[in-house]
Write a protein that binds this ligand. Structure first.
Ligand SMILES: [Zn+2]
Length: 207
C-alpha cells in the first residue's frame, strides 16, 4: 500500500499546497496553514550490504515477499540514533546472524522512484557459510562467486555490479522479473559520480 501525508504531524490540520520563499526561491510544498509545519518529504536512507565470506563468495537472500528464484543484497532502513556503518552492521547481524568484521563504502546513490538514498557497503563477515541464520523476513539464501553472479538492473543491483568490477570481473546483468529490461540503465551503470551524471547539476570530483 502506498501512503501519502495529508495532515500536519504537529497539529493534525489538513495540509495544503502552499508556495513559500525558501533559500532556493519560491517552492510549492504541502504546508500547514495553522502552525506552519512543512512536509519536506526528504528521502529515506536505506542501507545495503554486499556480504562477503572468508572464501570470497557473496551472500544473497530471498525476501519472503519475492517470487521464487529472486535473490538480493541484505538491506534495511537506517534507524534514528545510529550511524550508517553501525546500521549496516546491525542489519547484517539481524538478518543473517553473521557479525561484520570489516566494512567499506561501496556506493551512495539516489533512488528517485522510491524517494530513498541507497548507501551500499562491502562487508566482510566472520563465520562459516553454513552459519547463516536468516531472520523471519528472509526465506532462503545462497553463496555465489563474483564471477557467477548476475546483477539486476535496479537499485542494489548496481552496488553488486560495482563489487564484482572491483573484484576484477566484468559484471553481467539480467532480468529478474518477467518483462523487465535486462540491460543496465546507462545513467546508472557504470556507477556515475558527480559531474558524470547528466541528470544532475553537480561540481566535478575533488582530486
Ligand atoms: Zn500544523
Amino acid at each position: 500500500m502506498a501512503y501519502e501525508t495529508r495532515f500536519c504531524t504537529n497539529c493534525s490540520t489538513e495540509l495544503q499546497w502552499i508556495t513559500a520563499t525558501e533559500d532556493s526561491g519560491n517552492v510549492a510544498r504541502l504546508r500547514c496553514q495553522a502552525c506552519g509545519w512543512t512536509h519536506w518529504g526528504n528521502p529515506t536512507p536505506v542501507l545495503a550490504a554486499v556480504v562477503e565470506g572468508d572464501d570470497g563468495r557473496v551472500l544473497l537472500a530471498r525476501n519472503a515477499l519475492w517470487q521464487e528464484g529472486v535473490f538480493g543484497l541484505i538491506t534495511g532502513f537506517m534507524e534514528a540514533g545510529e550511524s550508517p556503518e553501525a546500521g549496516i552492521c546491525r542489519e547484517v547481524l539481524e538478518e543473517t546472524g553473521l557479525k561484520v568484521k570489516a566494512l567499506r563504502l561501496l556506493s551512495c546513490s539516489e533512488f528517485l522512484r522510491m524517494n530513498q538514498v541507497l548507501i551500499a557497503y562491502h562487508v566482510r563477515v566472520d563465520g562459516r557459510p553454513e552459519d547463516v541464520k536468516l531472520s523471519p523476513e528472509l526465506l532462503e539464501y545462497r553463496w555465489q562467486t563474483a564471477e557467477e553472479s548476475l546483477c539486476w538492473p535496479a537499485g542494489t543491483g548496481y552496488a553488486l555490479a560495482e563489487w564484482i568490477k572491483q573484484k576484477g570481473f566484468e559484471p553481467r546483468f539480467g532480468a529478474f522479473r518477467p518483462g523487465q529490461n535486462p540491460e543496465p540503465d546507462p545513467a546508472r551503470w557504470p556507477v556515475k559520480y558527480w559531474s558524470e551524471d547528466p541528470r544532475f547539476v553537480v561540481a566535478p570530483a575533488l582530486d
